[in-house]
Design a protein around this ligand. Structure first.
Ligand code: ADP
Length: 554
């Protein structure tokens, strides 16, 4: 399906609100036209009559249209904005729900700035789609039909002339400006995405950029992209200026033509002279409806590109599919990996080859091996971030993909090297593992992870904000917090990926002693280089080049 059609389908729940906005917009412009027509009539009539009473109907008409125009404009703006924000909320939740199943495997292939652009900027472009691309053309269509019919009833050529100029301004001009702005608007979205990606990259890596004295290089890159964005925006502004200028010209020409056609009607006696001024002013007022159409065209071109990028993002096949009928979670948690081979993409080399490894329920196995041997890949498969197709992974004798991914993740707690901590309080970060954990549970987990004393030593204790990704904490403190999270989750399968690597020897020993008690009865897979943890486990498995090299007791 075409992006615009898909976008319209997404807006379907709001169709009645959109219809109301169109009617209100039509009513507002209709009141404008009525106001102009009545004013013209009032002025002409006032010049010809000496009795006030002759003017009372026109005066009431002017008052009515002036007040109703203001009221209708207010209600129209209110309804339009209210609907826009509702649509934006709907689109954001729709996008989040659509990309969630893709995380993290599919999303890792996007640069984080690019992803941010898609989620934020493209979304905002779509917000304009409704307010600037859907409502104005529909309202313009209604106004054109009514205004041309009214003038056409007076004289067919008046209606034809107005229709000609309205179509010129409302259809030909937008097509022309749309054609001229098609390329620059596509380029603008692409350059803006590049600039955002470059800025996010640069800001995240600012410490390294400064340390290596590369500020000038990065500055140059940003400047280049900013310049490209300025250039493309300038081209768009030129097109917009041309469109606006021509629209004003056509409005004036329409007024003059209608006047020119009206004069013979008066001199020929077909129409009273008092109505003459009414004709050009009605015609000019009707142009209020078609003037936003050039912009509508531009906005729909931008929305199309933005929608295309969003659909491209969500249309990526999910890396893991849940079974039609999910198996219930077992009550014993042995893991059995059997002849497993895996590659991240079909054009990439095998990362795991014919790997077999059994971990009995409650057993602790340590996985060692050089960097790149495939240790973290095994974890990625165990927590269902990626799917496997050659070989088997079984949980309590049943294929892992028979369970729902969400269920599997519920029974596995992972402490990895790159645990993400949110820019929130320590307490909220811990509650990620168990949303309803009370303070006593949180404290007990922190005691076990040897971080409680540190936290209570902080002025705000558990309410301390820890900065983006826990930047206000040291590496060791972050690691102990993620351990506390895993302890709080209390899952039957525990995976520790270099979980104590950032701790000093004394703390590491203390944490390991606490973990030894915690690990009892849990199926545990440990990736570690350090000796202390090995002593607490049953077996060491040596991995090399994606396969088991040797296995032995600890
Ligand atoms: P280890 O944890 O033993 O250091 P990994 O499992 O992280 O090893 O990596 C094994 C291999 O898989 C490496 O060659 C790495 O480059 C590759 N790899 C890891 N993650 C990805 C990914 N997301 N996409 C493609 N290749 C990856």
């Amino acid at each position: 399906m075409k992006p615009v059609a898909r976008l319209l389908r997404l807006l379907a729940p709001f169709r009645w609100w959109i219809a109301l906005a169109v009617l209100l917009s039509f009513g507002t412009i209709g009141a404008s036209v009525g106001l102009m027509a009545m004013s013209a009539y009032l002025i002409s009539k006032a010049a010809l009559t000496t009795y006030m009473v002759d003017l009372s109907l026109a005066i009431t008409g002017v008052r009515f249209f002036a007040i109703s125009r203001a009221v209708l404009r207010y209600v129209e703006r209110y309804i339009t904005h209210r609907t826009t924000f509702q649509i934006l909320t709907h689109l954001r939740t729709w996008l989040y729900a659509a990309i969630e199943p893709l995380a993290p495997a599919r999303l890792w292939q996007y640069r984080s700035g690019d992803l941010l652009t898609r989620i934020m900027a493209d979304m905002e472009t779509l917000e304009n789609f409704y307010i600037r691309a859907i409502v104005p053309p529909l309202a313009a269509g209604l106004v054109t039909a009514v205004a041309c019919t009214i003038l056409g009833v007076l004289n067919i050529w008046l209606g034809v002339a107005l229709l000609f100029f309205l179509l010129l301004t409302g259809v030909v001009l937008p097509l022309l400006t749309g054609w001229l702005s098609h390329r620059p608007s596509g380029e603008m979205i692409a350059v803006r995405a590049d600039l955002n990606a470059a800025l996010v990259d640069e800001v995240q890596g600012i410490a390294d950029v400064l340390a290596f004295g590369q500020t000038a290089t990065f500055h140059g890159r940003t400047q280049q992209l900013t310049q490209a964005l300025n250039d493309v925006q300038e081209r768009l502004a030129l097109v917009r200026g041309l469109g606006n200028g021509l629209a004003v010209l056509f409005t004036g020409l329409a007024g003059l033509t209608v006047l020119w056609l009206g004069i013979p009607l008066v001199t020929g006696g077909a129409m009273a002279g008092v109505y003459l001024a009414l004709l050009p002013l009605t015609a000019v007022a009707a142009f209020e409806a078609v003037q936003p159409l050039s912009q509508a065209w531009q906005v729909s071109a931008e929305s199309k590109s933005a929608a295309q990028r969003l659909f491209e993002l969500i249309d990526a096949p999910p890396p893991v599919r849940d079974p039609e009928e999910a198996a219930p979670l077992p009550d014993a948690f042995g893991l059995e990996i059997d002849n497993l081979s895996f590659r991240y993409a079909s054009d990439q080399p095998l990362v795991l080859r014919d790997l077999s490894l059994n971990i009995a329920p409650g057993e602790c196995v340590v996985l060692v091996g050089p960097s790149g041997a495939g240790k973290s890949t095994i974890i990625n498969l165990l927590v269902r971030f990626w799917d496997y197709d050659t070989g088997h992974i079984r949980l309590n004798g049943r294929e892992l993909r028979d369970y729902r991914a969400e269920d599997v993740r519920q029974v596995v707690a992972v402490v990895s090297q790159q645990t993400h901590l949110f820019n929130s309080t320590i307490r909220d970060n811990l509650r990620l593992a168990k949303a309803d954990a009370d303070d006593a549970e949180i404290e007990a987990a922190c005691r076990q992870a040897h971080i409680h004393t540190f936290i209570t030593g902080l002025p705000l204790g558990y309410s301390t904000m820890i900065g983006e990704n826990g930047r206000l904490l040291s590496g060791g403190e972050r690691q102990r917090l993620s351990l506390a999270r895993a302890i709080l989750k209390d899952a039957p399968i525990l995976i520790l990926d270099e979980a104590t690597a950032h701790l000093d020897a004394i703390t590491e020993n203390a944490v390991m002693d606490a973990l030894a008690t915690f690990m009892q009865g849990r199926t545990t897979l440990v990736i570690a280089h350090h000796v202390p943890i090995l002593a607490h486990c049953d077996r060491i498995v040596r991995l090399n080049n994606g396969t088991v090299q040797s296995t032995g007791g600890s």
